[in-house]
Design a protein. Structure first.
Lengths: 152, 328
């Protein structure tokens, strides 16, 4: 019989403690991010799709060596270059300039082999994650165009 | 009081409007309250503080198709949601909000409200049986056994209050408690020293009668999909939902009238309907607070609480009150 009443007493006490906790939580500030209106800053090691890095003048650092294209296990990078004549110290020299850099993100597994293999630090992961579409073509990125848009 | 047809229509329209408005905005309050307790903002997109959410939810429910599952008992299936909502609205008719605000005061108001409240169990049983769904039947059987076992301590406690006040008239019970909070029934008196415990028992029972967490075994989403309203969509579901919230308002009103002095002001100042509304909304806030604090009990825990704790204590209380009333 003594156990009966002490059970009721202890049970009620623990219920009141629980209610006290929720009462305190009620007045604490909210911690959720209101997603479409607020976004979180992605951490330094977040892997989005790859992005070309620009040098000081805004041109791609890429020298069009093609290492990334060869390193890619899924073959989603395709790049092309043209030879341009430029003057260096009064002499005309030929230089390879990147003319096309396409990424097929539908096949990319974000393994990072392209970024690892680049000797010039010309590509890196972007922090882009708002990628949603019903069409495949939306994931064929023209990275050169994206770089120009960023520079503009 | 003469009852003309116009009186009846006005009273019914006001009762329906009050019940519907409360149901709509208590859902909003519940969602906001739950969100605050879980440190989220809750619905905040539609209108200031999300206040347009309930009407938009209503429009969404009304534009959905009303589906009747194959093999269901059509009549019972259609009757059940109406039966969940109608008694709740009926009960509003006799609740006195203030000295002058009551649609129709009855001398047996307490009896009438309990009579209508017990019809709620029938609505759940019809819904479960009519749906032709195992989950629904299981849930309705649970909910009915729960409602029946919690009606007993609730009624015994109500009888205690009725005995102390010597009346079943809700208005008379309120008036008898007038003149400051020390006159309220919740405070122990010479005739009934265990009144605070009665209040707690009555409060727990009104929580269980509305089938709300932690006693929401009739819905038990994790076990029974959505319980007795698994097969209901559209406004059928909407009516169950509104019925639940209307029952919460009635439970809070009844607790206020029986224990917290009705429209009486705790300090004897500014008497009026606002005290009544303040008290019922404080009780409803506690309902919401409890719902989002405690997890669901098991069916055994639920029935044990009623049969082993609430019923013996309320019976003892009834006997003690009867004896003291006889002696003093």
């Amino acid at each position: 019989m003594g156990g009966y009443f002490s059970d009721i007493f202890n049970g009620s006490k623990s219920l009141l403690i629980g209610m006290g906790i929720t009462f305190r939580e009620f007045f604490k500030p909210t911690v959720t991010v209101q997603y479409p209106y607020q976004t979180l800053k992605m951490s330094a090691r977040f892997r989005g799709h790859i992005e070309l890095i620009a040098d000081e003048e805004g041109n791609p650092k890429c020298v069009a060596c093609g290492m990334c294209q060869r390193a890619c296990p899924s073959g989603c990078i395709s790049l092309d270059s043209v030879s341009v004549d430029i003057e260096v110290d009064g002499k005309v020299k030929k230089k390879k300039v990147l003319s096309k850099y396409d990424l097929d993100f539908t096949k990319c597994s974000l393994c990072g082999q392209c970024v690892e293999n680049c000797n010039f630090g010309a590509i890196d992961f972007s922090k882009e994650y708002n990628l949603a579409s019903t069409r495949k073509e939306d994931f064929h990125f023209n990275l050169l165009k994206r770089l120009e848009e960023r520079n503009a | 009081m003469s009852l003309t047809l116009l009186n009846v229509i006005v009273a019914v329209v006001i009762a329906i409007a009050f019940a519907a408005a409360n149901a709509a905005y208590l859902v909003w309050a519940e969602r906001r309250g739950a969100a605050r307790i879980q440190r989220r903002p809750g619905p905040n997109i539609n209108g200031p503080f999300g206040l347009l959410q309930p009407p938009l939810d209503g429009i969404k429910l009304m534009t959905k198709q009303l589906m009747i599952p194959g093999g269901a008992d059509k009549i019972l299936f259609m009757v059940a949601p109406v039966l969940a909502m109608a008694p709740a609205i009926m009960s509003f008719v006799t609740i006195p909000f203030s000295k002058g605000i009551a649609a129709h005061n009855m001398e047996i108001g307490v009896l009438m409200i309990f009579a209508f409240a017990s019809m709620g169990a029938m609505a759940i049983l019809f819904a479960g049986w009519g749906s032709r769904n195992k989950y629904s039947v299981m849930a309705s059987v649970r909910a009915v056994s729960q409602n029946v076992s919690y009606e007993i301590p609730m009624l015994i406690t109500a009888i205690t209050v009725v005995m102390v006040n010597g009346s079943m008239d809700l208005k008379a019970i309120s008036t008898a408690q007038a003149g400051g909070f020390w006159h309220w029934n919740i405070f122990p008196s010479l005739h009934s020293p265990l009144m605070p415990i009665s209040f707690i028992i009555f409060f727990i029972c009104s929580l269980a009668e509305t089938n709300r967490a932690p006693f929401d075994l009739g819905e038990a989403e994790s076990e029974l999909v959505a319980g007795f309203h698994t097969e209901y969509g559209s406004m059928g579901f909407g009516l169950f939902f509104m019925g639940e919230y209307a029952n919460i308002v009635i439970g809070a009103s009844l607790t206020t009238i029986l224990f917290l002095g009705g429209w009486d002001c705790p300090f004897g100042m500014f008497p009026g309907v606002w005290w009544f509304l303040l008290k019922i909304y404080l009780l409803i806030a506690t309902f919401i607070w409890i719902r989002w604090t405690f997890p669901r009990t098991t069916i055994y825990g639920l029935l044990n609480l009623s049969w082993k704790i609430l019923i013996p204590i309320s019976l003892f209380n009834l006997l003690l009150t009867a004896g003291l009333l006889k002696v003093f």
